[in-house]
Write a protein that binds this ligand. Structure first.
Ligand code: SAM
Length: 284
């Protein structure tokens, strides 16, 4: 009886929130993939200036391996992409179209020859591997090895246990290895009535609505700064790239859920953050 009510409550709560879906593949999407890649290059500038010979781990590639292909074209030795789900729809027309559009728009310094080699060899293939159903929290070096670079876009905000995820990334990096992440701290189209309304829902209700659906974990920029320090990362840089309007922050504040009442202005303003950090070179 209790289970029936629990299911009904969950269905009702989900129906009250709108969820968005996106078309993540196709030629139109190539621009987004190029943006992701050039953002990593920009974030790493002056820290890790080239991809030559690197072993790269991409978290949560979603429905395509476009970023991995670009890393290979930039000279990476090997790319492994892992995802908590199995979203990759290999050999669909849309994916092929997207890869063709990427090839046509390769940024300067990337090798078309290498791009074609990896793509023709099959994506995924031996140099560009894909492991589905492996959340970062459960990834271990004994199984997938160590990496020089870990990247992700719009993934960390979905990681259910980010502390465990960051510990895993630390262990997966070679000493001195870098990571670069773009993190979307927005509502992901939940509660469209205002961009910060999703912070007014208590955690227990949020868990009921989106807990098992990969909804955002709602961690704020301060949480990221603290977790990165706690997990032992060095040269940490967390920059706020996009903000919510000040008027929305003022509007949301009086009705925040108890969990967010102590949030400072940065925690509420930050809509998109970039994270860059490294495992200390002399780490044991
Ligand atoms: C919003 S999509 C982003 C896809 C792609 N990176 C992009 O920019 O279009 C989030 C992806 O992260 C994956 N993901 C969520 N939690 C994860 C975790 N704990 N470990 C690895 N991947 C995860 C999801 O399955 C999904 O493919």
């Amino acid at each position: 009886m209790g289970t029936v009510w629990y299911r009904r409550l969950r269905r009702w709560l989900r129906a009250r929130a709108s969820t968005g879906t996106g078309d993540l593949v196709g030629a139109r999407y190539a621009g987004h993939v190029l943006d992701n890649f050039t953002t990593y290059q920009r974030l790493l500038r002056g820290r890790l200036d080239h991809f030559d010979g690197l072993r790269v781990l991409e978290l949560g590639p979603g429905e395509h391996l476009g970023v991995g292909l670009l890393c290979m074209a930039a000279g990476a030795r090997e790319v492994l992409a892992i995802d908590a789900c199995d979203e990759l729809r290999a050999r669909t027309t849309a994916i092929t179209e997207m890869y063709m559009a990427l090839a046509a728009a390769l940024p300067a310094g990337l090798s078309r020859e290498r791009f074609d080699q990896v793509r023709v060899a099959g994506a995924p293939g031996p140099l560009l591997r894909y492991l589905p159903n492996l959340p970062i929290e459960a990834a271990r070096a004994e199984r997938i090895g160590h990496f020089d670079l870990i990247v992700s876009t719009s993934v960390l905000e979905h990681v259910a246990d980010l502390r465990a995820g960051l510990h895993a990334m630390y262990d997966l990096l070679n000493p001195g290895g870098w990571m670069a992440h773009c993190v979307d701290l927005g509502s992901h189209d939940r509660y469209e009535r205002s961009p910060l309304a999703f912070l007014q829902t208590p955690t227990w209700v949020w868990q009921l609505q989106f807990g098992n659906l990969g909804g955002p974990n709602r961690l704020r920029v301060g949480n990221y700064r603290r977790l990165l320090a706690d997990c032992g990362f060095a040269e940490v840089c967390v920059s706020i790239e996009q903000t919510f309007p000040e008027a929305e922050v003022r509007r949301a504040r009086p009705l925040l859920a108890p969990e967010f009442v102590a949030a400072d202005d940065d925690d509420l303003r930050a809509a998109v953050i970039f994270v860059c950090a490294r495992r200390p070179p002399n780490a044991p």
